[in-house]
Design a protein around this ligand. Structure first.
Ligand SMILES: C=CC1=C(C)c2cc3[nH]c(cc4nc(cc5[nH]c(cc1n2)c(C)c5CCC(=O)O)C(CCC(=O)O)=C4C)c(C)c3C=C
Ligand SMILES: [Fe+2]
Length: 387
């Protein structure tokens, strides 16, 4: 089989407060995070949004100790996975490739080429697929692959999503069960799945399978849990003015309080490590909201981190992927096929949808330019270096 490598993909997070601004800039520079009609607008807009958000974001990171624990936890998961694979008789080197902060995906790929890896399993640490997470990393990898002929010698395979994995479902069910059992009337506890949100347009216009995968995942976890508790699903972490998937967590919690819920077990579902959205948003912000709404027993299910059943599930995914036919980036990013051609191909004169779309785009551009000039004191041409 030759030398085997496993590339763990993750989003990355700032290690310290000074990292927050460049991290946010990297994140908002990604066209899979902010989808714009003009690529040249991406960087000035990323600079503007990250400058506006940095203070609020830094305050949140301060509340969880001044940085994200994501790198430390992902590296610990990698080490636990290496040991588990070794126990199962599979020697493998593990690499961590983050999308927006160190160790960057590019750094991991440099190590993979140096180590002369022959077979590579690409495993995103997101159980469900979204254009904005695994999709963005696959797109970047596809580009890196096309630019480097040496990489084309590696027989790689991609695991697009794995929320149906039995071990993952069992580990989630165990952690939920432990929290429920600590409630005064365990069967009465309300289970609250809180998934990371995405803009509604990702699902409805770009064909992101994320919402469908999240819904199926909650259903499978409930089946595995096999308890009579009632459950709801809501979406957290909305950013910006556009509509995201609904219901929003911050609205759903007070509604449950009004209905008389007293014991709430919150299950973060889109991510497998503790990070700012579990430690700050759920543990601090949503706990306060719940308290105000009369929900005094607020419990949060811990993230999987290095839970042994979960690590075994990751090892099984790797071993199965090594046995199965390879899945390439093009196949793993098939959501693109569903994208509507917008505006319609070909120009028609008159009050047509092409004209409507282009009028809308030009108006939007003018509006953005006006806001940028008002906030920065410089025109758009100055910012993109043309003046
Ligand atoms: C603006 C759009 C964003 C989309 C779409 C989005 C999707 C998305 N994100 C995660 C997981 C994580 N996000 C993290 C940080 C983070 N994400 C956004 C914005 C979007 N995310 C911002 C602005 C930030 C920075 C933090 C902040 O200012 O609020 C992180 C890192 C957390 C850490 O500990 O550092 C993770 C992880 C998922 C799963 C997802 C879609 C499914
Ligand atoms: Fe995010």
């Amino acid at each position: 089989m030759g030398r085997v490598g496993v590339l763990l993909l993750n989003l990355g997070g700032p290690d310290k407060l000074e990292d927050v601004r460049p991290f946010l800039y990297n994140l908002f520079s990604d066209p899979e995070i902010i989808r714009l009609p003009f690529t040249w607008l991406q960087k000035p807009l990323a600079w503007w949004i990250s400058s506006r958000r940095v203070q609020k974001s830094q305050e949140n990171y301060k509340q969880i100790g001044g940085g994200s624990p994501l790198r430390r936890i992902t590296e610990a998961q990698g080490e636990a996975l290496r040991e588990q694979l070794d126990d199962l008789g599979q020697d493998a080197k593990i690499y961590v490739g983050m999308r927006y902060w160190h160790p960057y995906t590019e750094e991991a790929i440099a190590k993979i080429t140096q180590d002369n890896i022959d077979r590579l399993v690409i495993l995103p640490l997101y159980p469900q697929f979204s254009i904005s997470t695994s999709g963005s990393s696959f797109r970047l990898l596809d580009k890196i692959w096309q630019e480097n002929p040496k990489l084309q010698l590696i027989d790689y395979t991609v695991i697009p999503s794995w929320y149906k994995s039995t071990g993952y479902l069992q580990a989630m069910a165990q952690l939920i069960d432990q929290q429920i059992e600590q409630c005064p009337n365990p069967d009465e506890a309300q289970i609250f799945f809180s998934a990371h949100g995405v803009p509604k347009s990702y699902v409805e216009e770009a064909g992101d399978p994320y919402q469908q995968e999240i819904e199926e995942c909650t259903h499978l976890i409930m089946q595995t849990l096999n308890r009579p508790n009632s459950h709801v699903l809501a979406y957290q972490s909305r950013v910006g003015p556009v509509e995201w998937l609904q219901p929003y967590t911050e609205e759903a919690i007070p509604e449950l309080g009004e209905k008389g819920v007293k014991d709430l077990v919150v299950v973060p579902i889109s991510f497998v490590s503790e990070h700012i959205e579990t430690l700050q948003e759920i543990d601090i912000e949503y706990r306060e909201l719940a308290e105000e709404a009369g929900i005094h027993n607020f419990r949060r299910v811990p993230a999987l981190n290095t839970h042994p059943v979960f690590i075994k599930a990751l090892a099984d995914l790797v071993l199965d992927a090594l046995k199965a036919p390879s899945l390439k980036f093009a196949q793993a990013t098939q959501w693109k096929k569903k994208v509507r051609i917008y505006p319609p191909e070909g120009w028609e004169w008159g009050m047509t949808s092409s004209a409507e779309v282009w009028n809308g785009r030009i108006a939007m551009l003018g509006f953005i330019a006006l806001i940028i000039e008002l906030v920065t004191g410089h025109g758009l041409l100055h910012l993109v270096g043309l003046l």
